[in-house]
Structures are given as structure tokens and as C-alpha cells.
Write a protein that binds this ligand. Structure first.
Ligand SMILES: *[C@@H]1O[C@H](CO)[C@@H](O)[C@H](O)[C@H]1NC(C)=O
Ligand SMILES: *[C@@H]1O[C@H](CO)[C@@H](O)[C@H](O)[C@H]1NC(C)=O
Length: 168
């Protein structure tokens, strides 16, 4: 963050809390990579196929997140309920063989704070019923808007997810 920017906030009295957050990395490419890494770590933790995803979900998402999966619109609570259902499929249905990975992940930082925009594509799948079962390997994609909160945390305020897993 530039010095002039800090002064601007202080003089305007608009948001002293904002000014106390660690400044964004000045190098925009590095700031984007850092945001993308945060998103990747968050997705890895809340992807609903392993124990502990619920806690990671609570940490990553803003309570007023606007989420969509394909054409269905979700709130924080309804999205978490949908993820409970996915967990049954991904954990139980694939008998412990479910995995996912990334094709690409791109972070574009906001100009003046640690939020920004993340776009990722990847694969997800495993063997139906467990090892030896039919291999399903589907594609997925996500776009998210990440905000810096007043307590200087990152939260996902918008998430748009698509996957063709169920069609495979
Ligand atoms: C799914 O496909 C991707 C490439 O398209 C590959 O990298 C990945 O290893 C595959 N996963 C499985 C479980 O076969
Ligand atoms: C998303 O759409 C794909 C393609 O129609 C479908 O296979 C899949 O079940 C849908 N997933 C959800 C969670 O709606």
C-alpha cells in the first residue's frame, strides 16, 4: 500500500481498521500468486471428501457469501448443507479413492488490499465404490471473489462453481 493511500484513509476517517491491516504486496504478480495460493489451500481444506472440511468451510466463507453451483443459488447455510451431501458421495461413494487436482489457478489482487479475484480449473474423480471400480475423472471450475475483512482476514464473498462430475 502506498503511503499516500494510508494518509487518504486516515484523513478521510473512512476506515482506520483498513489502514491497520498488513499492506498488500506491492508487486501485483506476487500479490496475485499469494492470493491464488491462499485460495488453493482453502479449497484443499474445504473440498468435502475428507474429515475436517466443515471447519475449513466456516473459515473460508463469509457468512453472507453468494454461492452458485451450476445454476443453483446458495447461501452459506444451504451451500454447507449441499456440501454435506457431496461428502457422502465423494467420501463414501468412491470408497476412499476420490482425489482432485488443478489444471490452472489464477489470482488477481485488489489494488489496495489483500482481497481479489481467483479463477481455477481442475479435475476430480476416483473409482466408483473403491479400488477396482470404474474410474470417473470429471472436470471442475471455480471463480471466487475474496474480500479482506475488518479483522484483516480473507473471506470468500462470492463463489461460482461448476462441475460435470455427476454426468460422467
Ligand atoms: C484425471 O485426469 C487428469 C488429466 O486430465 C490427470 O492429471 C489425473 O491424474 C486424472 N486422475 C485420475 C484419478 O486418473
Ligand atoms: C452440474 O451440472 C452438471 C452438468 O449438467 C451435472 O452433471 C451435475 O450433476 C450438476 N451438479 C450440481 C451439483 O448441480
Amino acid at each position: 500500500m502506498q503511503f499516500s493511500h494510508l494518509i487518504g484513509f486516515t484523513v478521510a476517517g473512512a476506515s482506520l481498521t483498513l489502514a491497520t491491516c498488513p499492506p498488500r504486496t506491492e508487486d501485483g504478480i506476487k500479490a496475485g500468486d499469494d492470493l491464488a495460493q491462499w485460495a488453493q489451500n482453502s479449497i484443499n481444506a474445504f473440498f468435502p471428501f475428507q474429515d475436517g472440511w466443515q471447519e475449513a468451510f466456516d473459515v473460508a466463507f463469509s457468512p453472507d457469501v453468494h454461492a452458485t453451483f451450476n445454476a443453483t443459488v446458495f447461501t452459506f447455510d444451504t451451500f454447507k448443507t449441499a456440501y454435506e451431501g457431496f461428502y457422502q458421495l465423494l467420501n463414501g461413494g468412491f470408497g476412499g479413492t476420490f482425489e482432485h487436482g488443478y489444471f490452472s489457478i489464477l489470482g488477481v489482487p485488489n489494488a489496495a488490499d489483500n482481497g481479489g479475484f481467483v479463477t481455477a480449473t481442475g479435475w476430480e474423480g476416483g473409482h466408483i465404490g473403491g479400488a477396482g471400480g470404474r474410474l470417473v475423472n470429471a472436470t471442475d471450475a471455480v471463480f471466487m471473489v475474496v474480500a479482506e475483512t475488518e479483522s484483516c482476514e480473507r473471506k470468500i464473498i462470492e463463489l461460482r462453481e461448476t462441475s460435470n462430475l455427476a454426468q460422467s
